[in-house]
Write a protein that binds this ligand. Sequence first.
Ligand SMILES: [Zn+2]
Length: 452
Amino acid sequence: MEKIEDLNFLKDKELLSNLRNIIQLKKSFEENQGIIEVPLKHKVYVIKKVSNKRNEALLYRAYASLSRYLASNYEISELIVDNLVTDSSTVQVISELAMLATYSSKKQELRNVILRYLHKRDSSFLKEIDAKIDAVVKAKQMLNASPTEKTPARLVKKLKDDLKKVGNVNVKVLCGQELKDWGLVNYVARGSKRDPCVIIASYMPVKDKKPVGIAGKGIIFDAGGYNYKLRWIEYMKYDMAGAIASIYTVYAVAKAGLKVNVVGAAVFAENLISEDAYKPGDIIKSLSGKTVEVGNTDAEGRLVLADLLWYFQETFDLTYLIDLATLTGASLIALGEEVAAVMGNDEALAHALQNIGLRIEERCWHLPLWDEIYKEKLRSHFADIKNISPKPWGSPIIGGMFLKYFIKPNIKWAHIDITPAAFTETHTWKGEAGATGYGIRLLYEFLKRGSQ
Ligand SMILES: [Zn+2]
């Protein structure tokens, strides 16, 4: 331990004296990672080495994996997270990933791994981590819960209650009759007895500055409607992951007290089958006045989002509009697990999100939305636009193109198809199976950078 002097930053005298008396290199965790065990009332771990080169991706995986290992093997343990790197933003990411990796699928809560810092951290550093972790944990709990227990009205009430606790957030809820002009939302929701709901959460601490808008798709359960899902239906409780992430991003930003204006808006509905359910061939007048032909009732996310995005642009003067949606299974086929697809009408915005995602390990990759190539695929003989293309080629892009049709030309907009990243079927280095809370940390960081 050549860097033993660093330990002088420690305030905890007991921990310090124990670390000075390191007695044993316990075992190698994975290749090149040494774990040092020190005698204390519980065990303290430090990763001695990850690789010779500075490699953040490897660092993140090492700390998160060790943290999950400790959480699942010990009642309580401590992990030192800033012995190999010290810069605040990297240590913040390590801390977040290490904490979230302890989340238990069975218990639906974080387990007990205490993160220790060798270097002094200011209060905002910890406050931010706490705000993000709290938001992501709440999102995971809500998404992993049984879909039958959830209704649009219950969800918006719970979200409203949570937002109230952080203060400074203005909340507006629209349900049932208040959404009578939202044609697309109403049609999608017809198959369910439960009325759709919309929640809008505004956090505006800075005077005379336009907010960033974050919209989210919230299909509580997506059976596909008459275009019933033949596969992956058991994961369809995660089809509201975008909506949950959009609202809990506002929650995290408000809880951390960032000086940035943001509005989150989410639409909740169920896409089920009943004698009242909407049908392929329906022609619907949207909130914008544009008409939509339904080619497939399972392409419902873009329908509810089209009304929400239109409302958002009509109601708020926004700097950016970003939507999060589990829109297509094809994005998972294209990019594989963990990596969302980002697209939109502003290259710089899409690339900013892509770069931030890489930095904080909520990755996304840019896809094109070229009008001259893709626009004609959504042509309808009966309405202004159809909700699917005749062939399934480029489905994530076609989903984005449909949304683009409802975006006003003067607004910088990005659509993130989060299907690949919103949930995981198996345990991964990031944590156990289930919802990931993807999007909250990504957009938090985007908003934070914009505020500086
Ligand atoms: Zn669907």
